[in-house]
Design a protein around this ligand. Structure first.
Ligand code: GDD
Length: 335
């Protein structure tokens, strides 16, 4: 039985990846912050249904000793390093903690693997945010990075650390350059979930408006459930490498808004207010990924495309707001 260690197992991607690996008969271990372990009802809602099947370890990206001892104890065959401060907006408010936590956390996990489990295959959650002010559209593995946020900068450093551990120490280390990926388990601070949650609340008379920033920003949005499969596939190849994972389509925030409100039979113009407070000091205007390398190398394809994704998320939030039981979103705190 293969052993996998997932940092950030309680996040959107961690929860889908844990389910995927359990189905493949992996022994699944997860690193979770102690504060979350102490409040499972609110903080572990995405993995509540599999808590009996996985092993969780208290650890923090800020503590090398905690990560070192978990790697030493678990001796994983595969490590998926997903944990990070991942909200771009917040990284402008507190640059130092985002940069410190994200860069050091990645460095600590890589170093612990090198010292205690050098045969372990390592996956780093790199990001399309690294392309930032992108030099070309669509972006592929050769597109130069020009990050536009402290978060993006931290991911470029994580990417370089991962590649360097591969080249310098022979670790089987891969970077997954994932474009935006969403689901009914997405955090409420990200624009897609903020929109679908607001649509559901407006539909049920719980809210009257939705305040948003830049509606013109364009993103390549895919489904998180499809993307975790790509993470695993990268680690099953003969050689470690870096891959773009995307849908190949780009859509504006405004298009997402229109589709989500339309799905609920609402006219978005009556509810959406543009609020400059949600604009970013530096914006990433357009992301669109060229995933042909992953497609050619291991035949990965996105299954859920834009329209279906918007409908899936809107429907799940409408059901949740109406009190119906939806296993993927139950116990989500309503903001
Ligand atoms: N969050 C948010 N809230 N974003 C808004 C809003 C708002 O009210 N109004 C407009 N936007 C715009 C943002 O300016 C941005 O251009 C776009 O919506 C998407 O924002 P997010 O959903 O917060 O995601 P992101 O693209 O910044 O980052 C996500 O994708 C990255 C991959 O490219 C995150 O998941 C990152 O962790 C990930 O690496």
């Amino acid at each position: 039985m293969k052993r996998a260690l997932i940092t950030g197992i309680d996040g959107q991607d961690g929860s889908y990846l844990a389910e995927f690996l359990l189905e493949k008969d992996y022994e699944v271990h997860g690193v979770i912050r102690r504060v979350a372990l102490e409040d499972p009802e609110h903080q572990l809602w995405r993995i509540k249904h599999i808590l009996g099947k996985i092993k969780v370890h208290a650890g923090s990206l800020e503590s090398y000793p905690s990560l070192f001892s978990i790697v030493e104890k678990v001796k994983p065959d595969e490590c998926y390093h997903l944990a990070a401060q991942s909200f771009v907006s917040y990284s402008f408010e507190d640059e130092f903690s985002t940069i410190n936590t994200n860069i050091n956390g990645t460095h600590y996990v890589l170093s612990a693997i090198k010292e205690r489990a050098p045969k372990c295959k390592f996956y780093f959650a790199a990001s399309s945010e690294m392309f930032g002010h992108a030099k070309e559209v669509p972006q592929n593995e050769d597109t130069p990075f020009h990050p536009r946020s402290p978060y993006g900068i931290s991911k470029v450093a994580g990417f370089d650390l991962t590649r360097n551990y591969r080249e310098a120490y022979g670790i089987f280390a891969c970077n997954g350059i994932l474009f935006n990926h969403e689901s009914p388990r997405r955090g409420f601070e990200f624009v897609t979930r903020k929109i679908t949650n607001a649509v559901a609340e407006i539909k049920h008379g719980l809210s009257k408006e939705l305040r948003l920033g830049n509606l013109d920003a364009k993103r390549d949005w895919g489904f998180a459930g499809d993307y975790v499969k790509a993470m695993w596939m990268m680690l099953q190849q003969d050689k470690p490498d870096d891959y773009v994972i995307a849908t190949g389509e780009t859509h504006s925030v405004g298009e997402f808004v229109e589709l989500a409100f339309g799905y609920a039979g609402l006219d978005w113009k009556k509810f959406v207010i543009i609020d400059k407070n949600f604009y970013r000091p530096a914006e990433v205007n357009i992301l669109q990924g060229d995933y042909s390398k992953a497609q050619n190398k291991f035949r990965w394809e996105p299954v859920v495309k834009f329209k279906k994704l918007v409908e899936m998320m809107t429907e799940a939030d409408i059901k949740r707001a109406s009190g119906k039981n939806n296993p993927s979103t139950c116990n989500v705190p309503v903001k």
